[in-house]
Structure formats: C-alpha cells, structure tokens
Ligand binder design. Structure first.
Ligand SMILES: Cc1ncc(COP(=O)(O)O)c(C=O)c1O
Length: 380
C-alpha cells in the first residue's frame, strides 16, 4: 500500500527518544530530557507582541508564496549586514521552518540516484530528506576536532554528485568551520560544479570564533544556497519560520514546490520576524550567555565522568566520546534512559557508535541532576 519512498524513511531519532521519555514519565519516572534540539526559553516578549499586533492588523491570510515583501527585504539586509552576502529579494524564499527549506532543496535538486555528500557528524534528518527525494547519501567523515574534511569530501565526488551539505555551527558537535575550510569548500564546489547547501540555523549561537557563510566567499554566489531560520536563535521552534537564499534558478524551483504544498509560511509570524531581524543580536544575547554558562558546566562535568570532548564553539549540543568502559552508544543511551536521562545515540549522525549527543538546552539545575544520574550509570 505505501510507497517505497516512505517505506525506506526512518523515524526521527530525537523524536523517538522524546516519545520513549514521555512513556517512562507516564510510568512515574522523572526523565531529564537532554535530547531535544530546542531552546527552553520563552520566545522574547517583543516578538510575541509583534505577532499579536500583526494578527489584529489582519496578517491572518495567505501571503505571497515567496514571503511578505517586508520580511524578504529584512532578510536581504540581514544577509548583507551579518554575512556579507549579496542577494536580491527575489533570491529569498521564506518557508515554514528551515526543515521545509531543506526538503524543497533536495526535491528541487535531485533525480533518482543522484548523490549528496554530507559532512558528518550531521543532523539525521538530512539522510531521510535525501532519501525521500530519491537521492543517495555519501558520508564524509570529519577531520580532527570535527572540522570539515575537504579531502574526504573530494574523494566522494562522482559524476552523480549534485550537492554537499554542511552545517556550521554544527549539530551535533558544536564545531564552527574555519574561513579557510569554507574557502576550500566553495573552490571545490565551483570546480566540480556542485551545489553547497549551507545550513546556518545555529549562526547566532556562537561562543568562540566567527561564523563564515560560504555564500559570502568568491564563487559562493553561484554555488551556495543558505538555509537559516528563527527557531533556534529566538526560541521560536513552534512558529515554523525559516528561509533559503541563493541562485535564482534554485530559489524559483523551491518556490514552485512551496506553492503546491505549504503555500506560504504563517503570515503573522512573518510580520513579527520582519520587525525582529534588525534586533537579532540584542534579542539573542541573553540566551547565548546562558547557553555559554551551561556549556562550561557540562563540558567539565562530562570530562570528570571520563567522557572525552573539546568545548563546542557554537550551537547547544555536546557530542562527547564515551568513557572507555562503555563500548557502545546505543547500550549507553538505553541505560541512561532507565536512570532518567534521555539523550541521543551518535549512530544516526553518521555512524558514531562511540558518541552520544547531549543537548544543554535545559536548566543548570537539571543539567547538574542529569550528571549525577549519569555518574550512577557509569559506576554500575
Ligand atoms: C541542523 C538543523 N537544521 C535545521 C533544523 C530545523 O529547524 P526549523 O525548526 O527551522 O525547521 C534543525 C532542528 O533541529 C537543525 O538542528
């Protein structure tokens, strides 16, 4: 009855863990959830007020498929100001979340059997989206410290390769790719005529280093599509708002997919986002500072338990290597869950069977309690 396209689709690893945690809670076990990729802060009040005003003003209908003109203009400004990217409003498509933007891109770029190189470790949804679009994933392992491994990427390029996916700041490792690596990536993509899909959703959640968008580099204009959104920076996961920007031909193809599926992103959310974008840094700063405190805590707590990790430079995850006493990530994640701490197995991020992903988008108090519980798991 079901299509092969959907039959080969795997369930989301993080959402599955969340459901298992909820089932345990229903049995009376208090689970500390370190699996979710979402800020625990409320959406800033100013943004909520702006959406409320927008609804009263009538932003409650369809908008143009590409997005409200004022939001697309604000995105063009933002890309110029923050990233040094030069695009026109026609090269921007506003979508219901970055996830939807990525989905459109794979659908727009891939024919059956086309290959996509994913720089790992990476967010598991990329694999499933590529598969639904009929593509085949090639996994490029990282260089030391979870950096971009250009040699491995180049070694995977064939005449079926269409795109390379990179995500910096990275989910799950927190790595931030250097300017030299991004330059090398754009040079490679230009030379081999490939599209770079650059997922920059954690751009503003940055503790050290500089975020360099490959779209801003020489040659990036023709080869890079930037995907970004509002979920992570502004604690707006439930608003469903993201965007993509890049070569006109690709943006127009993605727009056709949106016209025949979502139609547009929510109107009042778009209107509020147009107001908040110029103030992005001010609104994000308190949240980023709190994430930094949690990062510092969790890195030292995990190290003292025998995990191996370097402090992540961005995003709100750590991707530590397990202590030597723990041979397998799946088994460890199971035991941690039994002890009331849910986290995500490293395997769906590109086959990392000695790593787990821990989200520190949770209060310091809960993180402390979770580390005590993990200490108990390791002693057993
Ligand atoms: C790397 C990455 N890209 C995209 C998304 C999706 O973001 P959105 O809520 O805008 O769809 C996530 C969310 O977990 C993510 O981790």
């Amino acid at each position: 009855m079901l299509s092969s396209r959907v039959t080969r689709l795997k369930e989301s690893a993080t959402l599955k863990m969340m459901e298992r945690a909820k089932a345990l809670e229903a049995r009376g076990v208090r689970v500390i959830s370190l699996d979710v990729g979402e800020p625990d802060f409320p959406t800033p009040r100013e943004v909520v007020d702006a959406a409320y005003r927008a609804m009263l003003e009538g932003y409650t209908h369809y908008t143009p498929s590409k997005g409200l003109p004022e939001l697309r203009r604000a995105i063009v400004e933002k890309l110029r100001r923050d990233n040094g990217i030069d695009v026109t409003a026609d090269q921007v498509l506003v979508t219901p979340g970055a996830k939807q933007a990525l989905f459109y891109l794979f659908m727009a770029l891939l024919d059956e059997g086309d290959e996509v190189i994913i720089a790992t470790p990476a967010w598991p949804s990329y694999w499933e989206m590529v598969s639904v679009a009929g593509g085949v994933v090639k996994e490029a392992p990282p260089s030391d410290g979870y950096g971009l491994n250009l040699e491995a990427i180049e070694g995977l390029v064939t005449d079926r390769t269409k795109a390379i996916v990179v995500n910096s700041p990275n989910n799950p490792s927190g790595a931030v790719f250097s300017r030299e690596d991004m330059e090398g990536l754009v040079e490679l993509a230009s030379r081999r005529k490939l599209i770079v899909i650059s997922d920059e959703i954690y751009e503003k959640i940055l503790y050290e280093g500089t975020h360099v968008s490959p779209a801003s580099l020489p040659g990036g204009e023709e080869t890079v599509v930037v995907v970004n959104g509002f979920s992570k920076t502004f604690a707006m996961t439930g608003w469903r708002l993201g965007y993509l920007a890049g070569p006109r031909q690709i943006v127009d193809a993605a727009t056709k997919l949106q016209q025949h599926s979502a139609t547009c992103a929510p109107a009042f959310a778009q209107r509020a986002a147009a107001e908040l974008l110029p103030q992005a840094d001010r609104l994000a700063r308190p949240m980023v500072e709190e994430f930094r405190r949690r990062r510092d805590f969790i890195v030292s707590a995990l190290r003292s338990l025998g995990f191996r990790l370097e402090p992540p430079r961005g995003a709100f995850y750590v991707f530590p290597e397990l202590p030597d006493s723990e041979p397998d990530s799946t088994a460890f994640v199971e035991r941690a869950l039994e002890a009331g701490v849910s986290m995500t197995d490293g395997k769906p991020f590109g086959g990392f069977s000695r790593n787990v992903r821990i989200s520190y988008a949770n209060s310091l108090e809960n993180l402390r309690e979770a580390m005590e519980r993990l200490s108990g798991v390791l002693k057993r």
